[in-house]
Design a protein around this ligand. Structure first.
Ligand code: UD1
Length: 431
């Protein structure tokens, strides 16, 4: 494992941060990555053009555009607006060289089966936060009548006719809920998905599908009802703001003792992380319209316990970032990861910067009151990379974050936005 990290850390650009500047000003977050990717895939459901606004300029979106183009779909993307036209295209396959770069590509499976009755999608491998299975996606499709086989690393799904079913998920998986919701649109009759994921991005996808002509009830609740068979048409839609990007800036303001207004998202989508930050001693004020927050760092923070859970629980995608804040707070905090099996790989890197975090099973024991100091660290995944940047902003001296291609997957112009808030941060090339 050490070799893998060493090898990966030798490549690409890095972010160089000199810590200690309190961040001040206003920052606007982009469209939600986890919504935009799914709306793009939903474009497969109709031959008409779908126009999607507020699409973030990040690598994951580029990869999804490549997946769609590989299928034969027309994709045009200009200044945050994406046009997807899945007219008369022949491709039914999402190949491994694209799926392995982004696991979320699996979300084309449901729409392809719904519209054409067949799909071939590479089985996504594991990643640095766990094995990330797709059994619930496949079981749900099989329950609707699709014939599923896995051969040579690919899932083949075929269905001359999908039938609406009552599907109970073992866990409210975001991806399985999305794939099954879209597959159900091609089924005869009603599909009920029980124990469905309730994330705001699921609600955004449901709103998109409803605008296309679908009948979907219960989005945002654990029971989703989808009527199959409706003729779907083109749509124009604006992606919701990225709550995880917003949360990352909120922690950035807190760990630097700054004062930052964060706009372009709905604070209600980030309710629990903001509540935890208040409990730590950070001042968090929501605007009356519910479209922005102002985050003011305090002098003294106290530790709190955090347990990740599906929405409306504490998002696992904010777990690495909150760990940095808790490292600065007085006392010991326990962070429990309940969503992914091994989402603590970055902890060794944080400890190299002066954090004192030990892992016991799926708990992290965070001993706080630490003073962080800059060094070279390696991003192991997207949110881990964000946490290392946050640690760098709070640390004394210079931090170099390597392997930042992980960060580019999900943050548009992170260093530019942080610089505008007063951070000393720059991207430097591979030398
Ligand atoms: C999505 C998000 C990711 C977020 C996660 C949880 C996207 C592109 N990604 O990922 O940022 O961290 O939700 O909020 O939207 N599982 C199974 N079998 C399945 C499906 C999932 O065991 O068939 C397990 C996974 O291994 C994981 C857990 O369920 O441990 C949650 O996964 P899921 O909610 O499906 O996450 P993703 O959709 O992959």
């Amino acid at each position: 494992m050490a070799w893998v990290c060493y090898y990966r850390c030798m490549n690409g650009e890095k972010l160089v941060i000199t810590g200690g500047n309190p961040l001040r000003g206003e920052v606007r977050v982009g469209g939600a990555k986890n919504s935009a990717l799914k709306l793009m895939a939903a474009g497969l459901l109709t031959p008409e053009e779908c126009v999607i606004h507020n699409v973030p300029q990040i690598t994951d979106v580029e990869i999804m555009a490549e997946v769609l183009r590989h299928l034969g779909v027309e994709v045009a993307w200009e200044e945050g607006t994406m046009r997807v036209r899945a007219g008369d295209f022949k491709g039914r396959e999402a190949p491994y060289h694209l799926v392995r770069r982004m696991r979320a590509s699996i979300v084309v499976l449901g729409p392809l089966v719904a519209r054409f009755g067949e799909a071939k999608v590479a089985i996504p491998g594991g990643c640095n936060i766990g094995s990330r299975k797709i059994d619930m996606h496949l079981r749900g499709l099989a329950e609707m009548g699709a014939e599923i086989s896995t051969e040579h690393g690919y899932v083949y799904a075929r269905a001359s006719r999908l039938r609406g079913r009552h599907i109970v998920l073992d866990f409210p998986s975001v991806g399985a809920t999305e794939n099954l919701m879209m597959a159900a649109l091609g089924a005869e009759g009603t599909t009920v998905i029980e124990n469905a994921a309730r994330e705001p991005e699921i609600q955004d996808l449901a709103a998109f599908l409803v605008s296309m002509g679908a009948e979907i009830r219960g989005a945002g609740t654990p029971i989703l009802e989808v009527e199959g068979g409706a003729e779907l048409h083109g749509v124009e839609h604006t992606v919701i703001g990225d709550r995880i990007e917003a949360g990352t800036f909120a922690v950035a303001a807190a760990v630097t003792g700054g004062d930052v207004a964060i706009t372009g998202f709905r604070p209600e989508h980030l309710a629990l992380p903001l509540e935890k930050m208040r409990a730590v001693g950070v001042e968090v004020e929501e605007d009356e319209e519910g479209e922005a927050v102002r985050v003011r760092g305090g002098r003294k923070y106290r530790g709190v316990d955090v347990a990740t859970l599906p929405f409306p629980g504490f998002p696992t995608d904010m777990q690495p970032q909150i760990m940095v804040l808790l490292s600065l707070a007085e006392g010991t905090s326990v962070v429990t990861e309940n969503v992914f099996e091994s989402r603590f790989m970055f902890v060794d890197e944080l400890n190299r910067m002066g954090c004192d975090i030990t892992i016991e099973g799926h708990h992290a024991i965070v001993r706080g009151g630490r003073r962080l100091s800059g060094t070279e660290v390696c991003a192991t995944d997207l949110r881990a990379g964000a946490a290392l940047v946050l640690a760098g902003l709070a640390a004394e001296g210079e931090t170099q974050v390597l392997d930042i291609h992980h960060i580019d997957r999900g943050y548009q112009k992170l260093e530019e936005k942080l610089s505008k808030l007063g951070a000393e941060i720059r991207r430097v090339g591979d030398d």
